[in-house]
Write a protein that binds this ligand. Structure first.
Ligand SMILES: Nc1ncnc2c1ncn2[C@@H]1O[C@H](COP(=O)(O)OP(=O)(O)OP(=O)(O)O)[C@@H](O)[C@H]1O
Length: 221
C-alpha cells in the first residue's frame, strides 16, 4: 500500500495557553484522492489547514505532507498578487530557478489543465470569482503540487461556479494523481469527493464515505 499524501498524528495546537483548538487530532488523506474536511464554525478547520501547509507550527504531534503543497484561500484576492493571469501563475515559480522557456511551458500546462489557456494575458481584475479561484489552483499546478489544500474555495461563489470548481478539482485529482483536502460547509459538495473527515472538539470524530457523513450532518442540522 502506498503511504498517504497527508498524515497527521496526535496533533496539538493552541492559539492561547491551555485552550487547545486541536488536541489528539489524527487523520490521513490517501494519495490520488479528493477528501473534504467538515466541522462547525470555529472548530479549527482553517487552523488545521495552515498547520498542514507549514504556515503554523504545532506545539506537539507529527505532520507529514508530500511536498510541494499548494494552498487555495477562501478569497482569491488574498493570494493573486500580479497584474495578469500569466504573470501570477509564473510568480509562484520564482524560487525554482527555471529557465524562461521552462516557466512559459509550466504556465501554459497549468492554465490548460484549468481550461484557462485563453486567459493568459487577461488582467486579474477582469476575472470572475470562479476564474480567480481557478488561477489560484493553476498556480499550485504550475509548481507541480502533490497535495492541494483548499480552504472553503467556493464560499464566495454562486451555485454554478461552485459546482464547476468542485468538478474541476475532482478531475484534476484523478488526471494528475494528486491528493486534495477541501474545507466546506456546503454539503452538496460531498457528492464529488472520495472521502470526508469531521472535526469536532479539536479532533477528527468521523471519517470515511462522504454520503454517510452528509446524511449524518443533515440529520444533526
Ligand atoms: N490568528 C489567530 N489568533 C488567535 N486565535 C485565532 C487565530 N486564528 C483563528 N483563531 C481562533 O481559533 C479558533 C478556530 O478558528 P478556525 O478559523 O481555525 O476555525 P474554522 O473551523 O476554520 O471556522 P470557520 O468554519 O468559521 O471558518 C477560533 O476560535 C478562532 O477565533
Amino acid at each position: 500500500m502506498t503511504s498517504p499524501a497527508v498524515s497527521v498524528q496526535d496533533l496539538y495546537f493552541s492559539w492561547h495557553q491551555d485552550k487547545p483548538i486541536l488536541k489528539s487530532c489524527s487523520l490521513t488523506v490517501p494519495q490520488g484522492e479528493f477528501w473534504m474536511l467538515l466541522g462547525a464554525n470555529g472548530s479549527g478547520k482553517s487552523t488545521l489547514l495552515k498547520l498542514l501547509a507549514g504556515l503554523l507550527v504545532p506545539q506537539s504531534g507529527v505532520i507529514e505532507v508530500k511536498p510541494p503543497v499548494g494552498f487555495v484561500f477562501q478569497n482569491p484576492d488574498h493570494q493573486l498578487v500580479m497584474p495578469t493571469v500569466g504573470a501570477d501563475v509564473a510568480f509562484g515559480l520564482v524560487e525554482e530557478n527555471l529557465s524562461a522557456i521552462a516557466v512559459i511551458a509550466r504556465v501554459r500546462e497549468a492554465l490548460d489543465a484549468m481550461n484557462l489557456l485563453d486567459f493568459q494575458r487577461r488582467p486579474i481584475y477582469a476575472l470572475s470569482g470562479g476564474q480567480k479561484q481557478r488561477i489560484a489552483i493553476a498556480g499550485a499546478i504550475a509548481r507541480r503540487c502533490e497535495v492541494l489544500i483548499l480552504d472553503e474555495p467556493t464560499a464566495l461563489l454562486d451555485p454554478d461556479a461552485q459546482i464547476e470548481l468542485v468538478v474541476q478539482v475532482q478531475n484534476l485529482v484523478k488526471s494528475r494523481g494528486i491528493a486534495a483536502l477541501w474545507v466546506t460547509h456546503r454539503l452538496d459538495e460531498l457528492d464529488y469527493c472520495d472521502g470526508a473527515l469531521l472535526l469536532e472538539n479539536g479532533c477528527v470524530v468521523d471519517r470515511g464515505e462522504p454520503l454517510r457523513l452528509k446524511q449524518r450532518l443533515m440529520r444533526e442540522d
